[in-house]
Design a protein around this ligand. Structure first.
Ligand SMILES: [Zn+2]
Ligand SMILES: [Zn+2]
Ligand SMILES: [Zn+2]
Length: 218
């Protein structure tokens, strides 16, 4: 815990104790009251007292402030208790004598890389359907492909145009469909001087389809 966090914890603990005392005072007043007290009122105060006690228990645990992965277990109500950047399986909190379980840490996103190879080749990596595609044409060398996400309505259309340097564009596949909000990075290719590098963070399971070479008279 950082200094700031332990300071915050100290204040929260003090406030919870104050709040508990206030509720206790209110309950004592009602107990001593010489007028009829609605049962629901007493019940709510009693519930508040129990909730505050539960909050206090959590606030006292130093371990409660540790950042967690919190990935939802697919089979139970618990979440992953490991650190946010952990590798391998997710795991629930392990306590003596209680049921524990783990579940696979499958990435929910994949990164798809697209770049130009030679002057008539487009390379796609990182998804189903990825390959090297020949796309030579007279007048215009270009390439088009659709990345289809988990649902068929999530489609990102990629264009690659060669004009001495491979250039890329992304758009919706149809005017009636939104363009997916997948993060797209276009940077200088570290290894290929005549191409940019496109990196797309798409949902796991995204596949490449509808690949077409642009330009004619091949
Ligand atoms: Zn579980
Ligand atoms: Zn986890
Ligand atoms: Zn289990």
């Amino acid at each position: 815990m950082t200094d700031k966090q332990s300071k915050a914890r100290e204040y929260v603990l003090a406030d919870l104790v104050d709040a508990t005392n206030e509720v206790d005072d209110a309950m004592n007043l009602l107990t001593e009251a010489r007028y009829p007290v609605p049962a629901a009122l007493t019940a709510h105060l009693q519930a508040a007292r129990e909730q505050l006690a539960a909050a206090l228990t959590i606030a006292k645990q130093g371990d409660a402030y540790r950042p967690r992965c919190a990935h939802q277990c697919p089979n139970h109500a618990h979440t992953c208790d490991r650190t946010p950047t952990h590798l391998s399986d997710h795991r629930d909190q392990q306590q003596k004598g209680t049921h524990t379980c783990s579940w696979p840490n499958e990435p929910d996103h994949i990164t798809i890389r697209i770049s130009g190879g030679s002057d008539d080749l487009v390379e796609v990596e990182g998804c189903e359907g990825a390959d090297e595609f020949n796309c030579w044409g007279i007048g215009l060398t270009g390439w088009r492909g659709d990345l289809i996400g988990g649902t068929d309505t999530e489609t990102l259309r990629i264009y690659a145009i060669y004009n001495g340097i491979w250039t890329f564009a992304a758009t919706a596949s149809d005017e009636s469909l939104p363009m997916p909000d997948w993060p797209i990075r276009i940077t200088d290719h570290p290894d290929v001087g005549h191409s940019a590098l496109v990196e797309i963070d798409a949902p796991a399971g995204t596949r490449l389809t509808n690949v077409t070479a642009l330009g004619g008279d091949r």
